[in-house]
Design a binder for this molecule. Sequence first.
Ligand code: ZN
Length: 336
Amino acid sequence: MKRIVSLFAFFFIHTIILGQTPEEKGLQTINQSTAEAYIHFLAHDLLEGREAGTRGGYVAAEYISSCLKTMGIAPLAETYAQPFEAYAVERQKRGRFQVHPDSIKKIKQGVHRKLSLQNIIGKIEGKKADEYVIVGAHYDHLGVDPILNGDRIYNGADDNASGVSAVLQIARAFLASGKQPERTVIFAFWDGEEKGLLGSRYFTSTFPALDKVKAYLNFDMIGRNNKEANPTHVVYFYTEAYPVFAEWSKKDIQKYNLHLSPVYRPWDRPVSGSDNASFALSDIPIIWYHTDGHPDYHMPSDHTEKLNWDKIVDITKASFLNVWNLANDMQWITSK
Ligand SMILES: [Zn+2]
């Protein structure tokens, strides 16, 4: 009892004298109304399903750039937009879109298709400016099917407006913490994921300091209940060689009373599923949040009103703390 009293006294004095810690200051800016604002816009019918290389996709890209600029996040390069092109053979041959220069060269020899795409990328420079931690989510989705009978727009509220909202809220939380991170934190919004992880593939094949990227945290669908009876369910994939990633998660969920029941899935080489694959193929450690499948997956009915907002907010908080550790803890890399 004496120990509990002294522990309580410690936290009381700590709060009175020292105030909140930087990560607590950041954490308290993450909320439901901000998640709603981002997701309602991105999943609106006016965005026409955000298909890569179409008007709706371009509007989404402009919107995300504006959000970053408003909050005061710097672009990674000259501008937030990282433009690139993807090529595929004529559609009846059913080839995948490619971004690698060698494949593009071959495709261009015949009748081919071309897409103009763009990743949106911002950053907060760290004290060690040339060490990077990246947090990302794809913003594209499946667009519109004009001959679908009924609702023709694939709104993609869960897939992946939910993930985009998390990256944006984490960027704002880092700024609100008032502390410059030790490592540079990159906030990435990938285009063309639905057409074959094109944006993250382009980034990992062209970023000159890829060997200085220490970790990548990915979001793809964080807003639905796989089973209604288990609304706190989330899958937490992580690179198996780093058990510390799961330890952080368990500790933070308890400390901040987050209502999440992660299924921890250590994975020796997480090279499929979503944009984490592009990074895992380069042997970069990853964490990937995903709330699992549901009947509206890749259907026009992936709508905003079906989202579990409490879960989106708590996943955003838990992952902000992960990114905080990845960016500020200089020891974890040697802990594997
Ligand atoms: Zn997705």
